[in-house]
Design a protein around this ligand. Structure first.
Ligand code: SF4
Length: 258
């Protein structure tokens, strides 16, 4: 069994999949989304995270075996059974540690624990397929349908992502598209409507709209990095409701928040 780099593990999560969940945040992501609220998970290796006293750093990233992770996940089995919850692998990017992720998910399924992944979809199809085999629910983030704009705000084009979305949809996996709604970046009527249209074409029945928030802002300073969206406000409730209706008009179930 392999070993992987884990940023942190959070219990009692209620957003990343059904019921009460344990969320395993893996380290390493090839994207650099300007709004990322977990910048401490982006770098592939361990790194220091500084507090107010900049001489003291907290090391982010712990090498763990598959069994170590599964042991932590199993501690909340009672909650999963009562709530219909389970485990969610998140990031960073799950596909960046595909073998490790697949092994954790496989072991969890063997324990009858519901498995979900949250992914940007950015990775080789081989890696994605390996992970999908042991995934019950895919939370697939779509940030922008225009590849040039995607490149500008995340650092990578979306070709691989959309291709993987199409292929995954053909496997008839339970899938939810999640759109982080970033004002002025991807919240246009055109982009949201086209994303809902794509979901409809692919037979994906549900879209979640996640309103931008600036909760990750202070983490950038702690990592000695610049936060590019310094003055950006969260989208209004009116705007979120408008976008929700837009998605629903395509016959897709829509939800604000995830
Ligand atoms: S894909 Fe997720 S973890 Fe990676 S940079 Fe974007 S928001 Fe952050």
């Amino acid at each position: 069994m392999s070993e992987g780099l884990v940023a942190r593990i959070e219990s009692y999560g209620v957003y990343d999949g059904p019921g009460i969940r344990t969320v395993v945040f893996l380290k390493g992501c090839p994207l650099r989304c300007q709004w990322c609220s977990s910048p401490e998970t982006q770098h592939r290796g361990q790194e220091y995270y500084y507090g107010e006293d900049s001489s003291k750093g907290e090391l982010v990233g712990r090498y763990m075996s598959v069994e170590e992770v599964v042991e932590v996940v199993k501690q909340d089995m009672t909650f999963y059974n009562q709530s219909g919850g389970g485990v969610t692998l998140s990031g960073g990017e799950v596909l960046s540690q595909a073998k490790f992720s697949a092994e954790i998910l496989k072991r969890c399924q063997e324990e009858y624990i519901h498995t979900a992944i949250e992914t940007s979809g950015y990775g080789s199809w081989g890696n994605f397929k390996q992970v999908l085999e042991f995934t019950d629910l895919v939370l697939f983030d779509i940030k922008h349908l225009d590849s040039n704009k995607h490149l500008e705000v995340t650092g990578v084009e979306n070709t691989w992502i959309i291709d993987n979305l199409r292929r995954a949809a053909q496997l008839n996996k339970e899938m939810i598209i999640r759109i982080p709604v970033i004002p002025g970046v991807n919240d246009s009527k055109e982009n949201i409507s086209q994303t809902a249209q794509l979901a409809q074409e692919l037979g994906i029945k549900e879209v979640h709209l996640l309103a931008y928030h600036s909760l990750g802002r202070e983490k950038y300073a702690r990592l000695d990095r610049e936060y590019l969206l310094e003055n950006l406000e969260s989208p209004s409730d009116e705007k979120m409701n408008y976008l929700k209706k837009l998605v629903e008009s395509k016959g897709i179930k829509a939800q604000i928040g995830g």
